[in-house]
Design a protein. Structure first.
Length: 452
């Protein structure tokens, strides 16, 4: 990289205008000519702006990127050990992300930067870095840099999980899983936990999720990592609930609660309250469920973690719709939709839009129901939320079938079957196609339409 480009990139990374950088040093026109590679900067100019940019003069003038290999490695190892990346180190890695380096260095740089940005909630910068990484990192990975590929794939999987693109996340976690022999138990446990979360979103057989969460549970218990063990126990409670094993779910949550009562982690306590609410909701004990959901909401607000309230609000909508208290249901639905849209929670936004469409049907406004549901199915496809397509398209197909709108019914049953197969292919596991959907699709293709 030329000196001119290095100056420009450092300035942009520091979010400084040309005027701010050269204030008291030179004219803006002089800097502009340097950045456009029209003139060479003087040694005095370089010395002065290196102080403003917060870098050593040597870095500005040394063009041999190989000399910085040791420093890059030190930053990466320190980040992997502590999870901390000072601003000057992040800037240094950013500068070297576009330099010519060996594959292992690029893997370390991009794994660190993508992971760092995801941890900070800066998904746009993380996605930009991921896209850049595809230019430098080979598509085909080898055993030679197994540990580096592991961390790069995990960082990519975490990014797509954050973006709620769960199939892409699953793709990268599966790649990382191949390199488990290259890393220690702690990182293996974290990967197993992440895999259990993404499988929970995309596979029908929830016992698969429990298989992975149990592996994480065993590792964290052996390491006596009680904070992470509590998180895994909460997840196991959720997954047991999805399998309708309510007693097991209660046991997992109570075990997690015992740990959280010792650590005082309010975020985890909110998660536990929410999941107690889910169990009572499924048992139709709505009064108790509402109390737990309201406690979860209050706890999240107390720690400024309101994004998580989208889930409690969604369940409160379901309960109040069941109780036909429409004004309360609408209020919670509006709050949940606002959070999901503001924070780009595509998966949850689609869930909420489907609930909103269902509310129109309950109120006998079928025209609005059909219009909104068709929008939701299209939204699923656009946002790669393929696991939503089958149930929503099937529901819409059944609706049109009951109305004897057989052409529309056939169209949506076809969509349901197409994406059912796509999901099975993406998850590498065969998912049985709903038999009733098959029967109806076959029926609407025939000359006579049997009544089902």
């Amino acid at each position: 990289m030329k000196i001119s480009e290095r100056i420009r990139q450092l300035r942009v990374h520091k979010k400084m205008t040309q005027g701010e950088l050269v204030d008291g040093i030179s004219s803006v026109a002089y800097l502009s000519r340097i950045e456009n590679n029209q003139i060479r900067p003087s040694s005095n100019f370089l010395k002065q702006i290196s102080n403003k940019l917060g870098v050593e003069l040597e870095y500005l003038v040394t063009l041999d990127s190989f000399k910085y290999r040791d420093k890059i490695n030190d930053i990466v190892w320190r980040y992997r050990k502590t999870g901390e990346l000072p601003e000057e180190d992040a800037m240094f890695l950013n500068m070297h992300s576009v330099e010519l380096h060996d594959d292992d260095i690029h893997l370390r740089i991009y794994a660190t930067l993508v992971s760092y940005c995801v941890d900070r909630g800066d998904s746009k910068e993380a996605r930009k870095l991921y896209d850049m990484s595809r230019t430098f990192i080979p598509e085909v990975s080898g055993a030679e840099h197994g540990e580096d590929y592991f961390f790069y794939y995990v960082a990519s999987g975490n990014l797509f999980f954050y973006l709620q693109d769960f199939f892409q996340s699953n793709h990268y976690y599966a790649k990382a899983e191949k390199y488990l022999s290259c890393i220690g138990h702690f990182d293996a446990a974290r990967l197993y936990y992440n895999i259990s979360l993404v499988k929970q979103r995309i596979v029908e057989d929830k016992s698969v999720c429990l298989h992975y969460s149990q592996k994480a549970h065993d590792y964290f218990k052996t390491m006596n990592d009680r904070d992470r063990l509590a998180k895994v126990l909460i997840t196991q409670g959720i997954q047991s609930h999805l399998l309708h094993r309510f007693d097991n779910s209660m046991n997992y949550l109570n075990e997690a609660l015992a740990i959280v009562n010792e650590t005082g982690d309010l975020q985890l306590l909110a998660m536990i309250e929410y999941n107690f609410g889910r169990i009572h909701q499924c048992m139709q004990e709505y009064g108790t469920a509402i109390q737990h959901f309201e406690k979860a909401v209050a706890l999240n607000k107390s720690i400024s973690f309101v994004t998580e309230n989208v889930y409690a609000y969604k369940r409160l909508v379901e309960i109040y719709m069941e109780l036909k208290v429409w004004s309360t249901a609408d209020s919670y639905l509006d709050q949940a939709l606002h959070i999901a849209e503001e924070h780009e929670l595509h998966y949850d936004f689609i869930d909420l839009c489907a609930i909103k469409a269902g509310a129109y049907k309950l109120r006998a406004d079928e025209a609005k129901y059909e219009k909104e549901m068709q929008k939701v199915v299209a939204l699923c496809i656009v946002n790669n939320q393929f696991s939503h397509v089958k149930p929503l398209a099937s529901e819409l197909g059944a609706h049109f079938y009951d109305k004897r709108a057989y052409k529309k019914a056939a169209d949506y049953y076809t969509v349901a079957l197409e994406y059912d197969q796509k999901v099975a292919q993406l998850t590498k596991s065969s998912t049985p196609i709903n038999e009733r959907v098959l029967q109806r699709q076959q029926a609407v293709k025939g000359v006579t339409i049997p009544y089902l």
